[in-house]
Ligand binder design. Structure first.
Ligand SMILES: Cc1cc2nc3c(=O)[nH]c(=O)nc-3n(C[C@H](O)[C@H](O)[C@H](O)COP(=O)(O)OP(=O)(O)OC[C@H]3O[C@@H](n4cnc5c(N)ncnc54)[C@H](O)[C@@H]3O)c2cc1C
Length: 311
């Protein structure tokens, strides 16, 4: 049996979910956070673009601080995996993988995205991320690789766009195909105009060492060494719970931009990477704050706790 509905359930304990939880707790709402431990922020070796941390902070330390912050004001944060959310009369029922249920008047989905990872042939993937030879987010850390030898893996328009973005930071940018180059002649010319080298052929092996990424191309005797490799394989939004509730996603499966402000359905909001837009910690925090405040005001309105002419 589920308990009496809580005010708000937040799914996700990354920057979006923990900000939302902290705001809701400070609005004196009964808020519970459920998360399955997969925040992408936990991978960040050291972020240097979160305002207030000019020397940088590890993702793990940031999440630990945010978790503590939300708990201090009363947020109830637990691990678990939500398998479904359904609407009942006036509330949402969430089902957990362990068979438990949670009933909540309001819901914030801060479920993030799953990154498509590069598969290394030698070397440890997570160690390569920690060592800074494997990166996934040029906006986050392109600045840290000024004038270095940068490789972008994936020669389609997505990879080309990423290479062009990284060209701002270094003159040594190379676009390498995983399987084959899928660019038009015009796109190749645009890259050539910016001195971005497009390598032909197929990658045979990816080897991460502590300070280099070695890329073996088929038919080449020696590996090509790079200081840093950015796979441009994209990600999959974790939007299934929202879709099951009836939310409509865009062609990339992201939730619409207004999800953190206008909501998806009455009392249901989303925030952070799962929403279309810029996948960044500061954006996720801002959207979490907005979603929490909108949900709080929606609950106040539902309870008749706002001035009549503001309803
Ligand atoms: C290697 C790397 C480096 C990065 N560096 C930076 C950086 O320097 N600066 C920056 O601004 N951004 C950086 N980012 C991006 C940043 O990590 C994300 O933008 C940020 O974590 C998004 O926050 P979020 O709360 O939306 O999602 P996440 O932090 O991914 O959190 C999603 C949460 O939802 C939970 N969840 C999802 N589905 C379920 C479910 N069904 N049941 C229970 N729990 C669920 C997960 O467990 C997790 O707690 C980096 C990302 C990567 C991968």
């Amino acid at each position: 049996m589920a308990d009496t509905p809580i005010d708000a359930l937040v799914v996700g304990a990354g920057p979006a979910g923990l900000t939302a939880a902290m705001y809701l707790a400070r609005f004196k709402r009964r808020v519970r956070v459920i998360h399955d431990g997969l925040s992408r922020a936990l991978w960040v070796p050291k972020t240097r673009n979160v305002p207030g941390f000019p020397e940088g902070i590890t993702g793990e330390a940031l999440i630990a601080r945010m978790d503590d912050h939300a708990r201090r004001y009363g947020a109830d944060i637990r691990s678990g995996h939500i398998v479904s959310c359904t609407r009942k009369d006036g509330y949402v029922r969430a089902e957990l993988a362990d068979g438990g249920t949670i009933d909540a008047r309001g819901l914030i989905l801060a479920t993030g995205v799953a990154t498509h990872l590069a598969k290394l042939d030698e070397g440890d993937h997570d160690a390569a991320v920690r060592d800074g030879v494997l990166r996934y987010c040029p906006i986050c850390d392109g600045f840290e690789h000024r004038d270095e030898r940068i490789a972008v893996l994936g020669s389609d328009i997505h990879g080309a766009a990423e290479a062009m973005f990284l060209r701002q930071f270094s003159r040594h940018v190379t676009l390498i195909p995983k399987w084959q180059v899928a660019l038009t002649a015009a796109q190749r010319r645009e890259l050539a105009d910016r001195d971005i080298l497009v390598v032909e052929g197929q990658v045979e092996r990816l080897i991460a060492t502590a300070d280099e990424m070695l890329v073996h191309m088929g038919g080449e005797p020696d590996p090509r060494p790079f200081d840093i490799l950015y796979p441009a394989f994209g990600s999959t939004p974790r939007s299934d719970l929202a879709k099951a509730l009836g939310a409509v996603t865009d062609t990339k499966d992201c939730l619409p931009f207004h999800a953190f402000s206008d909501g998806l359905l009455p009392g249901v909001y989303a925030a952070g990477d799962v929403v279309e837009g810029l996948d960044q910690i500061s954006v996720a925090m801002g959207q979490g704050a907005m979603a929490a405040t909108r949900l709080h005001n929606w609950l106040r309105e539902t309870d008749g706790h706002v001035m009549a002419d503001r309803r």
